[in-house]
Design a protein around this ligand. Structure first.
Ligand code: NDP
Length: 332
């Protein structure tokens, strides 16, 4: 079977030459181990950061070792009494067509609750990121205006819907007219604007005529500069991601608009989902409840084939995904 290894630290946009597909044999499993067949794998923007050799909240990927991330897999063979052949499981696993893991490295997924792929999106890491970042840091109040960048992506599309559930006005920023249309007409955002248009700044000003109370930032860069200029008094800026700079070779030291936080008495706070490790269960229960009540819609962009993993990953930086980007590796 094949695994994808990182063999060079990419400069700029990762290329095929930065990775190798490495052939492996399936070993026989030992006591307490599982043999897993990968069904779906998640590609995520944060993985670009882990390709650099810098200290961060997660360790860098090691050269000549497999990439890893969120994976959904089927148990093909089990030497643990907690798992049976045919069980669906999830965990942080290698980018491989198969994985051999200790039983405690994965959690069971109940396919009767929701489509299993939701565990890599709305009911998994990206949905919970939206939930904790928005509710704990953004604290949206009824009638306030919440702006979210990267709005048609996995995290952003959920942020806007939770803002609506809290009675706030949701305004999305995304990179195409189709995405803008999806946000307003499918997800019920109050307004959305396309940041790639020349009229972006004017369109944004119109969409947030009463100013911005909460800004959930997934992208950074010029999009965020434009939003920050519209902040109201006592507003909250949630720093979730800065995808616009992930492929930059050097630090992105931008225009100085911190003054806006002084004159509006606003605050800006970064977070990672790991900050909420002790509350993840509570968040997951509330998200599952909203999901089952039909209050959260989600979209997935699924590329077929393990070969297409790098293409799917690079697509995140080109906006080729609507909602959560996944790679389908095999049928159950
Ligand atoms: P998305 O599904 O949102 O995919 C990325 C999207 O970013 C693309 O679809 C694209 O949409 C947009 N994008 C790409 N390049 C740019 C650019 N230069 N300027 C503006 N937008 C751009 O990914 P996720 O939902 O998984 O992640 C969203 C953000 O949240 C990322 O920054 C990620 O790193 C961060 N994150 C942070 C976590 C945390 O714990 N803090 C956890 C999970 C994610 P478009 O067509 O609109 O350009």
């Amino acid at each position: 079977y094949r695994e994808i290894h990182l063999i060079n630290r990419p400069e700029g946009t990762p290329t095929d030459q930065d990775f190798a597909f490495v052939e492996k044999d399936i070993p026989s499993i030992k006591e307490n181990e599982l043999l897993l067949k990968t069904l779906y794998l998640s590609v995520d923007p944060y993985m670009r950061g882990r390709m650099r050799d810098v200290k961060s909240y997660v360790a860098p990927y090691k050269l000549n070792e497999p990439m890893n991330g969120g994976v959904l897999a089927e148990v093909l063979d089990s030497k643990s009494d907690r798992f049976q052949q045919g069980d669906i499981v999830t965990g942080t696993l290698n980018w491989g067509e198969y994985n051999i893991v200790q039983a405690n490295a994965v959690q069971k997924v109940d396919p009767s609750i929701a489509p299993i792929t939701t565990r890599l999106g709305v009911l998994g890491m990206t949905g919970l990121t939206a939930y904790f970042g928005l509710l704990d840091i953004g604290k949206p109040q009824a009638g306030e205006t919440v702006v979210v960048s990267g709005a048609a992506g996995a995290v952003g599309s959920i942020v806007g819907q939770i803002a609506k559930l809290k009675g706030a006005r949701a305004v999305g920023i995304a990179g195409s007219d189709e995405k803008v249309d999806y946000l307003v007409n499918e997800l019920g955002f109050d307004a959305a604007v396309n940041y790639k248009k020349d009229s972006f700044e004017d369109d944004l000003k119109k969409a947030v005529a009463d100013g911005v109370d909460v800004y959930f930032d997934n992208v950074g860069g010029p999009v965020s500069d434009a939003v920050i200029l519209e902040l109201n008094r006592n507003s909250r800026v949630v720093l979730c991601g800065t995808i616009s700079s992930y492929n930059n070779p050097a630090e992105d030291l931008g225009p100085r608009i911190q003054w806006k936080f002084i004159t509006t008495s606003s605050m800006m706070k970064g977070f990672t989902l790991g900050d909420y490790a002790s509350e993840l269960k509570t968040g997951a229960v509330e998200m599952a409840k909203w999901f089952q009540e039909g209050k959260l819609k989600y979209e997935e962009t699924i590329i077929e084939g393990f070969d297409q993993t790098l293409e799917a990953f690079r697509g995140l930086f080109e906006g080729s995904n609507l909602g959560k980007q996944l790679v389908k590796v095999a049928d159950p």
